[in-house]
Design a protein around this ligand. Structure first.
Ligand code: 2AM
Ligand code: CA
Length: 258
């Protein structure tokens, strides 16, 4: 049974998802404004976020909202985090790996979250203690224990996000695993770790709205979350490692050898 908060998030995401899907279908007509290299804000982002906020504010008028497009809207101690389109570059290029992310946080801990891909009609959700789900299917991380058999997701940096050791990092992971996937939407990538499609994932320089729901969805599917150096993840961290738990130490070791 979905908790009430997930029902409300679902209502908001599915309504806004119609806008996203419509715009995805006529991408060439969209007005695209470039904020910085690789960081596009489209009309769609703004429209989708406005729609989500409208639905959520009806039910939760006093909450605090942290959003990608509208910034922070101050309210009470209940926090809702929104990314209207995770995978904006995919969206712009007509690649259907995009998601709407809505999460609830209390005392710095993510307690409920959804990621909805309206193009593929995949609705991921989790609430603390309730497991992780995609549509009506319970999610479970993969069983692989050997890094050599594992497929690992990441986000390759580009433009001003390039950092010093990224090629060594990629080199080390490619040699130690069955390969890397760079899918372009950190939130959905975490949902794929929870689904057992990817065995692990790491990325640096992320915003809370990209990964908020994904953190909980991985944990509730039996996975493990930490920082890249192995420390506990917290909501102000900009880097993350997610795994099926079994390969966590080995993956961290590879990533921190550099
Ligand atoms: P977005 O699609 O919501 O922008 C891809 O590696 C991930 O990084 C996506 O989740 C993407 O989120 C995020 N991302 C893209 N550009 C970024 C930037 N300039 N800074 C931080 N995160 C970014
Ligand atoms: Ca976004």
């Amino acid at each position: 049974m979905q908790p009430a908060v997930i029902n409300i998030f679902e209502k908001a995401a599915k309504k806004a998802g119609k806008i996203l899907t419509r715009d995805f279908g006529e991408i060439e007509n969209l007005q695209i404004e470039s904020k910085s290299v690789g960081d596009f804000v489209t009309n769609a982002d703004i429209k989708v976020e406005r729609s989500i906020l409208e639905t959520l504010k009806y039910y939760y008028p006093n909450y605090t909202y942290i959003t990608e497009e509208s910034g922070k809207i101050e309210g009470d101690e209940n926090v809702i985090i929104i990314d209207p389109i995770d995978g904006t570059s995919n969206f712009i290029h007509g690649i259907p790996h995009v998601g709407i992310v809505i999460a609830k946080m209390a005392d710095g801990e993510i307690t409920d979250g959804i990621i909805y891909n309206p193009i593929l009609n995949e609705f991921f959700w989790s609430s603390k203690g309730k497991g992780s789900w995609c549509n009506d299917r319970r999610l479970r991380v993969s069983n692989r224990t050997n890094l050599t058999e594992c497929l690992i997701g990441t986000g390759l940096p580009f433009g001003d996000r390039i950092y010093k050791n990224y090629l060594d990092e990629i080199d080390g992971i490619l040699k130690a695993t069955a390969g890397i996937r760079r899918l372009g939407a950190a939130g959905l990538d975490l949902a794929y770790v929870a689904s057992g499609k990817l065995d692990g994932f790491w990325e640096k320089d992320l915003n809370l709205w990209d990964i908020s729901s994904g953190i909980l969805i991985v944990k509730e599917a039996g996975g493990r979350i930490s920082r890249i150096n192995g420390d506990d993840w917290s909501s102000n961290c900009r880097d993350v490692v997610a795994t099926n738990t079994k390969i966590h130490e080995d993956l961290i070791k590879k990533l921190t050898l550099l």
